[in-house]
Write a protein that binds this ligand. Structure first.
Ligand SMILES: *Cc1c(COP(=O)(O)O)cnc(C)c1O
Length: 476
């Protein structure tokens, strides 16, 4: 297949002018009765007709790439296909036209959806209570740490417990959240395969430890076999253990943070439960906790008494609110639809598919690239391009001309020239074969040729170093 992305010489909308007298409904609305004191003299709006606005944004979208165009296997970030029925449900007027300040009695259906989603996530994670409020994974982490902090404060331990331990393979948001919540970050080295080094953990743990944060499987796609031992070490020191559950694609229906012994977990609905992210929509990062932390959850959560759903403000030590209203309700609807449609068996099968797809790809790529550590992976695999003599970045740029999105590159930081691939549950064998062939072809192309790519995209090779050093974030 030869891929050519659309390329338009598209002006900014503010520089466009339609110059037509053709009207569409809405153009001829009467002036709204705005009080004199609030009226502006002039407003610098573009003078464009509806059809020019539609065409402008459609052209821009054709110069872009998304999960609706092709495979998008960004490891860790999980760009899984977003099923359209879930979008349709979230767009239903019965939901989208609600106002968050409506009376409880008026919004029973919406409360039911959130209640059922709470229940499903609690079951999936084997935790006891949950908030749906946080608007992203990173905000979920921050919320979870504030909950731990309030608990330590309420139990008189906060004065001495000032440290949060994270492994060096952690997602960057983990130490960032810990630091923003006012803790000192202690980084511990992992074993070569990214699993926890028990001696390093033991040495770092002390009466000063507040929380240990970890994700399992780790960012190398390897499951931490000693996780119960890890949880016990942390608990024996009186600290809280936090599970980064941004991505549950390898464990859902198989095991859970609760079973592994964790006290707090955040979910990314936009990574595990097929809600859009990136340019496609706001995220959602619910946080579930074990019973002893329920009293610290943000308010309100959704409760049920008999047949009636209600806003539950009964948490005496609540950290307060962390998002407006209920959080990303349109995402709650999509995740609820995805979970309800698949059911427990379907979710488990999706886990199996995600892991199978990853290992199928690994088996196709292992003779061309080096795949460090155990060849058996969970939902994502990390390979290194070093043995091919090509840089990961060059191979990634080459893939663009095949009409496919490259994997995550240069993360995690503990493998040289690495690519982190997460195909997800919803790719076909045909797509996996195509991807593997493109990767293998790229590895054989000589360096000078690689450097010319991408050729068939509107944006050609960019100067990444200059882009990072000279940030220009605003068009002027
Ligand atoms: C994506 C991700 C996060 C952060 O989630 P955001 O929604 O992007 O804030 C945290 N941890 C891991 C492991 C992730 O993959």
């Amino acid at each position: 297949m030869s891929y050519h992305q659309a390329e338009y010489d598209e002006p900014l909308i503010k520089d466009m002018k339609s110059g037509t007298t053709y009207r569409t409904p809405g153009d001829d609305l009467e002036d709204a009765p705005v009080p004199e004191s609030l009226l502006r003299e002039s407003l610098d709006l573009p003078d464009v007709a509806e059809f020019d606005v539609v065409r402008h944004y459609t052209r821009l979208s054709q110069m872009n790439y998304g999960v609706d165009i092709g495979m998008y296997p960004l490891g860790s970030c999980t760009m899984k296909y977003n099923p359209k029925f879930a979008d349709q449900i979230s767009a239903m007027g019965e939901f989208s036209e609600l106002h968050p300040f409506q009376e409880e009695g008026d919004i029973q259906g919406a409360l039911m959806v959130m209640f059922e989603l709470q229940h499903a996530l609690i079951k999936i994670s084997d935790m006891d209570a949950i908030t749906l409020q946080p608007l992203a994974g990173a905000q979920g982490e921050y919320t979870g740490i504030l909950i731990a902090k309030k608990y330590l404060e309420a139990t008189g331990q906060l004065d001495k417990r000032r440290e949060i331990i994270v492994p060096d393979s952690a997602h960057g948001t983990n130490p960032a959240s810990a630091s923003m919540a006012g803790f000192d970050v202690v980084e511990i080295p992992s074993n070569g395969d990214g699993t926890v080094n028990l001696e390093a953990l033991d040495a770092a743990l002390s009466g000063n430890t507040a929380v240990f944060m970890i994700t399992n499987p780790n960012t190398l796609g390897i499951f931490e076999g000693h996780i119960e031992k890890v949880a016990k070490l942390v608990h024996d020191e009186g600290a809280v253990i936090y599970y980064d559950g941004a991505n549950l694609n390898a464990i859902m229906g198989k095991t859970s943070p609760g079973l592994m012994g964790f006290d707090i977990v955040h979910f990314n609905l936009h990574k595990t439960f097929a809600t859009p992210h990136g340019g496609g929509g706001p995220g959602s990062g619910p946080v579930a906790v074990k019973g002893f932390l329920r009293d610290y959850l943000p308010v309100p959560i959704i409760g049920k008494e008999g047949d009636r759903y209600f806003l539950d403000y009964s948490m005496p030590h609540s950290i307060g609110k962390v998002a407006p209203y209920f959080g990303s309700f349109a995402m709650h609807l999509r995740a609820w639809a995805y979970i309800t449609y698949h059911g427990a068996d379907g979710l488990t099968r999706n886990t199996e598919r995600a892991v199978l797809n990853t290992n199928y790809l690994a088996s196709k790529l292992k003779d061309t690239f080096s795949i460090p550590f155990s060849p058996l992976k969970k939902h994502e695999l990390v390979l290194s391009t070093e043995n091919t003599g090509k840089r990961a970045l060059e191979i990634a740029k080459y893939l663009l001309d095949d009409g496919i999105h490259p994997p995550t590159v240069y993360f995690p930081l503990i493998v040289h020239e690495d690519m982190m691939i997460e195909p997800t549950e919803s790719v076909s064998k045909r797509d996996l074969d195509f991807y593997a062939e493109a990767m293998k072809r790229a590895a054989k192309v000589d360096e000078d040729e690689l450097k010319k790519h991408p050729l068939n995209l509107p944006v050609k090779r960019i100067d990444e170093v200059r882009a990072a050093r000279q940030l220009v974030l605003k068009w002027s």
